[in-house]
Design a protein around this ligand. Structure first.
Ligand code: APR
Length: 231
């Protein structure tokens, strides 16, 4: 099979009950992102930031993968060497659907990180500002989440995958947040075909060779079935 890089966003997990960010009623209409998703906000009020991510961790633990997560995991199982799964999502629904080696460019709710020594460990369900780092004991525990103004994880690996891919597919992302919003341009510049799967047209739809519209739980399994049918 040809090489495929798949970038997912909040729309992939919307039908599992995890809110998106910028749709009507989305997370950034309910919370001030400057307060809960920036290093400055965390420095001002770490308890508030932990509370926000503790609530999201609890939502995530109560959610189940939907048909779109399962279809992507099936595609990866069928062609592990060809498929690179990159996600902006901090949930673990792709993994719980059976996907492996998912590149979490914006971090993961299930991980805690020491802002002092960089040590990573499994996040408890409820994190607090005073939690000591298990490695260095510093009281500088934060969620392993990439906040606005911070550099996303794994950019080198993602860049290499975009350079080598034949097809780039974006699923359920509004194309508002860089660098992920720029991946379609990068992939095209390296000669890849590009496909967008989204509920509605996004700000970056015009950059893709093709856009297919509909809920992820329907259009992702349809697309995967078509790809597996070509085998
Ligand atoms: N199926 C497919 N797409 C959907 C669905 C659905 N059921 N529901 C919503 N969408 C689409 C919306 O139309 C929108 O284009 O998913 C997209 C969600 O966009 P955002 O809420 O902006 O989420 P995302 O693009 O993942 O945000 C990127 O912003 O705040 C940061 O770090 C956060 O990773 C996040 C980043």
């Amino acid at each position: 099979m040809e090489r495929i890089v798949i970038l997912s966003g909040a729309g992939l997990s919307a039908e599992s009950g995890l809110g998106t960010f910028r749709d009507a009623g989305g997370i950034w209409q309910k919370y001030d992102l400057e307060e809960v998703a920036t290093p400055e906000g965390f420095a001002r009020n770490p308890a508030l930031v932990h509370e926000f991510y503790n609530a999201r961790r609890a939502n995530c633990a109560g959610a189940v993968p939907n048909a779109a997560h399962r279809a992507l995991a099936d595609l990866q199982h069928a062609h592990p060497e060809a498929i690179t799964l990159v996600t902006q999502n901090v949930d673990d629904l792709l993994e719980r659907a059976g996907a492996r080696s998912v590149i979490h460019m914006h971090g993961q709710l299930t991980r805690a990180r020491c802002a002092g020594c960089g040590h990573l460990w499994a996040a408890p369900m409820v994190m607090q500002p005073d939690d000591p780092c298990p490695a260095c004991a510093a009281r500088a525990t934060r969620p392993d989440i990439v906040w606005f103004g911070e550099f996303p994880h794994h950019m080198e690996a993602i860049g290499a995958a975009l350079e080598a891919t034949d097809l780039f597919v974006a699923i359920g992302t509004s194309g508002n947040v860089y660098p992920a919003a720029g991946f379609v341009r990068e992939a095209r510049a390296f000669g890849a075909r590009t496909l967008e799967l989204n509920l509605e047209r996004s700000g970056t739809s015009g950059l893709f060779h093709q856009t297919r519209l509909g809920p992820a739980s329907r259009i992702v399994p349809d697309w995967v079935a078509g790809m597996l049918g070509q085998d």
